[in-house]
Design a protein around this ligand. Sequence first.
Ligand code: EPZ
Length: 427
Amino acid sequence: MDKLVIEGGKPLSGTIRIHGAKNAALPILAASVLAEGTVTIRNVPRLLDIEVMLNILQDLGCRAEQQDDVVTVQSNTAYSSHVPESLMRQMRSSVFLMGPLLARFGEVEVYQPGGCAIGERKIDLHLRGLQALGAEIRETGSRIVCKAKRLIGAEIILDFPSVGATENIMLAAVLASGRTTIVGAAREPEIQDLERFLNAMGGKVSGAGTDTIVIDGVRALGGCDFEIIPDRIVTGTVMVAAAATRGDVTLVGTRPGHLTSLIHVMRRAGIHIDVENDIMRVVSRSRPRSVDRVVTSPYPAFPTDLQAQLMILLAISDGVSVVKETVFEGRFKHVDELGRMGADIRLDLNTAFIRGVPELYGTTVEASDLRAGAALVIAGLAANGRTTVEQVHHIDRGYDRIELMFGSLGGHIVRQPYERVSTGTHR
Ligand code: EPZ
């Protein structure tokens, strides 16, 4: 379990290209199980979560390798539709395999992925969607077995625009017989990327990016060569870090259209953001302004995955800001750690009241989950003094060597192996 040691107070500056989107790559890797030919996927980030997904594909009998940021998958050798509980527990996104394995083998055995630091992470909408397509679902304890001789297209209404449920249903419906319509679908850019990927394999999917997605089942899907979109959450993380350190950073190869809500909030905080095609320049020369109210909500509203990062900027702003988290019930785990760095944040249920302070102070903090961990790194870069962030494996799930990313922009951040200090008596 590594730790990151950060010397704060240095403005970030320079130019950076952001790696591919974890949350686009994961469902697309799951979808590659459906291809009868070889699938080549480019701009795949090197992350722990990607490694776990490749291990699962190999465990199912596929050939799945990553060379730099290119992954090739051959799934004609796949022979199993049973995802081991140990691998399910390592990464809840393995739940994306339910749809494609059911479509391919007519049966799939998975396990409840279980909650995590940010919330219960139920999958009832996934299961209800598969049932609507004709799957029979049996749950014994945490084990879930789905069976379907044939998947039949249906109209499915989601009472919450769940990203994962939308993707799982798309992956099951693409080979079903007839038309499936998902009403109340999630609209995230990663879902649009999945639609593009399925169509590149010969699928017939339309409407991704709106709240109604139509999938006309086809008989088979072939191989393809596909490039993943840039990661909008990693892009937003770097933008906030540039602003929080009063830096001047240019991000290239971005999709500004995927970050309109963050750009809007950062400009309200007085941060200068220049947008030109796929280039964004973030400049901040003075203390950020507070922002009276930010509410996280499904895309295109302010993303829950950038809530913790934004809180750092608000924690050093010149007034009181209010942040309401409406997507996950446990997504304020970073607040206590920020309090130990001098932040003045009070929680009331799913709302955080943030009174800006002139500066944060370095200390030792612990990452509880992926985005809270990234937020603590930003806090360390902006703070006065040294910050040590522990449990860095959470961060490695979604950021490719975060210390190199911020180091390339002048941040003083070093990864060290974590040695447990023995608290017993010295012999
Ligand atoms: C995806 O998770 C992302 N993960 C999350 O990113 C992201 O925070 C989330 O979407 C929201 O944008 C991936 O894409 C791999 P949801 P997902 O289903 O699909 C409830 C990160 O940091 N719900 O939209 O799990 C659920 O409990 C991660 O990269 C049900 O009640 O999100 C949650 O409160 C974190 N029943 C809410 O919906 C269900 O069947 C949002 O979940 C499914 C979800």
